[in-house]
Design a protein around this ligand. Structure first.
Ligand code: NAD
Length: 476
């Protein structure tokens, strides 16, 4: 049992009723357990954040920036332990766990810089009308609830925590019950840095704990990353209190490959876009649209590349892809394999769970998938790629946009003018041209349509935790 909740600057044991098992997905076995926080403990965490708000928001932005730099530095000092834990609990290959850690570090460093650029003084607003002055104040939104999923826990939490703290908000973070240990590092770092008690609180738990936080009337805002189903519930709670939400939800993103591409390069991008993190990415490019002129050359090469991937336990083998992170996810993906068989889809690679201990599936490719297939339209969240052919640019754009989601897309073409034109026409929040899953802290993250509301990262990430106030004075 682990003491796993950080409330008002103290580590406390969970008083809830749910026992959370922390698993090693490569073995399919638990290696730790913890008790969830009770609803009363969620209340305590929100109250602690409320108490801490006046002092935290009154600090200069450069003082807050110094704390954020401390988070970046301390994450670096815990490097090996955090990489090992992500490999063990998420099933991430080492190079992926390293990238996650570097991303979290870069996020804290970036928002330290942005905090320092926040105007210390109010900005005068030039007015056309005579007789008045006006000034702009940027104020923290207040006490913010942060709820995150399990696929990139260290990163997703950093994308919320760093801008929220930079803005002067105080927070209650609820990690996923699938990966509840990794974010404890943020509480330990807060202790080490002497972050004022209550500025950062962490409560662990399952749906009940998440619901207690998202419906709490002591919050000023909720930022949620997770599934559309839970996102709707979170939005309903927010609407009951007319309170702002940021939602980062699911995706079913397209990768569009034109026939002027180098085949091997295109295969590399396609494989990375569907097998990174075993395909458990909101931004997985899981719908391949390949132009007629290259399809016959590309699809067999893609099949070979997927079949060649080394799938195994990242802790004991040199692997390209690890297991799925949870048994629930494994069962869900296996369910889609069964649906594909029922639908009669043509499977070129994989299509099955691996016959070994742990929650492994093989990288999978279905081709000529009809648009009314469930596998073409639903988010699977595993290494399952569906492919269709297209002939014209207009057809590719129409098919890519024919989705209830709108998170990301990748466009692969040697004709850069065309690639830029297609990027402009795609109804998504982020497009990669001739690259894949390249996320930089300076650019935005978030989707259109069913993929969410609001943007994280970049200056937009900070704006999400700031409220604009104007003070207008009559001179007469
Ligand atoms: P999930 O929605 O099941 O859980 C997300 C979080 O919500 C967890 O902490 C969970 O405990 C909590 N939760 C569960 N029920 C709740 C409730 N009723 N009220 C409040 N909180 C509740 O999602 P998941 O399975 O952890 O993650 C996978 C999903 O996340 C996928 O759909 C994926 O696309 C999405 N995701 C999106 C992004 C993005 O940036 N758009 C990033 C990562 C993951």
């Amino acid at each position: 049992m682990t003491t796993s909740h950080y409330i008002a600057g103290r580590w406390v044991e969970g008083q809830g009723t749910d026992c959370i098992s922390v698993n090693d997905p490569a073995l399919g076995l638990p290696f730790a357990e913890l008790m969830a926080a009770s609803v009363a403990q969620v209340d305590q965490a929100v109250a602690a954040a409320r108490d801490a708000l006046p002092t935290w928001k009154a600090l200069t932005a450069s003082t807050r920036a110094a704390f954020l730099r401390g988070f970046a530095e301390q994450l670096g000092q815990r490097r090996e332990a955090l990489i090992a834990l992500q490999m063990r609990n998420n099933g991430k290959p080492r190079h992926e766990a390293e990238i996650d850690l570097d991303d979290a570090i870069a996020t804290f460093a970036y928002y330290a810089e942005l905090a320092e650029q926040l105007p210390e003084k109010n900005r005068e607003v030039p007015l056309a009308a005579p007789g008045f002055t006006a000034r702009t104040r940027l104020e923290p939104v207040g006490v913010v609830g942060l709820i995150v999923p399990w696929n990139f826990p260290l990163v997703t939490s950093a994308w919320k925590l760093a801008p929220a703290l930079a803005a002067g908000c105080t927070v209650v973070l609820k990690p996923s019950e699938v990966t509840p240990l990794i974010e404890q590092a943020y509480g330990q770092i807060a202790d080490t840095l002497g972050l004022p008690a209550g500025v950062l609180n962490i409560v662990n738990g399952k749906a009940e704990t998440g619901a207690a936080l998202s419906s709490h009337n002591g919050l000023d805002k909720l930022s949620f990353t997770g599934s559309n189903n839970v996102g709707s519930q979170v939005m309903r709670s927010a609407s009951a209190q007319c309170r702002p939400v940021t939602l980062e939800l699911g995706g079913k993103s397209a990768i569009v490959v034109f026939d002027d591409c180098d085949v091997d390069q295109a295969v590399e991008w396609i494989v990375a876009g569907i097998t990174w993190n075993a395909g458990q990415m909101c931004s997985a490019t899981s719908r391949l649209l390949v132009q007629d002129g290259i399809a016959d050359a590309l699809l067999p090469r893609l099949q070979q590349a997927l079949e060649k991937l080394r799938v195994g336990n990242p802790l004991s083998e040199d692997v390209d892809m690890g297991p799925l992170t949870s048994q629930a996810q494994w069962l869900k993906v296996a369910g889609y394999f069964a649906t594909a068989r029922e639908e009669g889809l043509q499977c070129l690679a994989g299509g099955k769970a691996l016959d070994r201990e742990g929650w492994f599936v093989s990288p999978t490719l279905y081709v000529d998938v009809p648009v009314d297939s469930r596998l073409w339209s639903e988010e699977i969240f595993g290494p399952v790629l569906c492919a269709r052919r297209f002939s014209t640019e207009a057809q590719a754009i129409a098919e890519a946009n024919d989705s209830r989601f709108g998170l990301v897309a990748t466009v692969c073409s040697a004709d850069l003018e065309r690639a830029e034109r297609v990027a402009d026409a795609l109804e998504v929040g982020h497009v990669w041209i001739n690259s894949v899953q390249a996320v930089f802290v300076e650019t935005s993250w978030g989707g259109t349509k069913g993929s969410g509301i609001g943007r994280e990262l970049g200056p937009w990430g900070l704006s999400g935790y700031l409220s604009v106030k104007h003070v207008t004075r009559c001179l007469g």
